[in-house]
Design a protein around this ligand. Sequence first.
Ligand code: ADP
Ligand code: C5P
Ligand code: MG
Length: 257
Amino acid sequence: MWRRVASLSPMISSSSRSLSLNQAASGLKVGESFATEIINPDERVLASKEKAPFITFVLGGPGSGKGTQCEKIVETFGLTHLSAGDLLRREISLNTKNGAMILNLIKDGKIVPSEVTVKLIQKELESSDSCKFLIDGFPRTEENRVAFERIIGADPNVVLFFDCPEEEMVKRVLNRNQGRVDDNITTMKKRLKIFEALNRPVIEYYKNKGKLYTINAVGTVDDIFQQVLPIFTPFEQLKQSRHVNSKSPLGSNLVEN
Ligand code: ADP
Ligand code: C5P
Ligand code: MG
């Protein structure tokens, strides 16, 4: 069901074109084969019949406050929060076939294969009645990003980046106190390195696409949320001015790309 909704959005075909152009420019081989699949004309014919979801990706280093701010966005704007890290940790606690592999990677601050993470996200998207999502801690890598486009067939409307100095992130993570196997100084150092090496290119990608909203993640939770509010408010206002489905204040059919 989701596959149709997401992959068939009118906005997707334009983003897919940007994807293939971007990848051609960067010489990223992995994307070349995906691009052909994404812009399958048969899918685009059906696109006009379905409404695409409103998707926000939430990026930022470990401890930058993504989860904390997502809670506030949910309270205020009613988006559905999906944390990639939480979905992976659930696999560990349910002892699924990938659980042990995921645990080893998380302990070491490494990135779980994109196929695994995207499939978990896909399951949540498909089973949800919501049409507006905050996908937190994803995409962590260019591979994550491309896999999402390939498997889900959708592109984010908004990308938030919580920009926080390393020193502050370390302090927050070491005080988080949630019993996480990766909230220790050794793993934290590895996570920070991986963030710089693998997540920065994703941030740059969305910056170049004009979708990135950078938020200064230092300050009180409320101060930071004051920067987040005006990002979502226009979508809400746009909806009100067009008198569309009141159940969907951030309905993606309102977003003009
Ligand atoms: P992330 O999801 O980016 O890893 P969290 O939202 O879990 O980050 O926040 C990490 C820790 O920092 C948590 O213990 C949280 O309560 C705390 N925290 C979040 N935002 C702030 C803030 N603005 N100032 C101080 N501590 C914060
Ligand atoms: O976002 P969070 O801090 O909860 O992520 C914890 C860990 O989960 C990451 O350090 C990484 O090992 C794994 N993860 C991943 N791919 C993602 C998100 C999280 O491999 N997209
Ligand atoms: Mg988090």
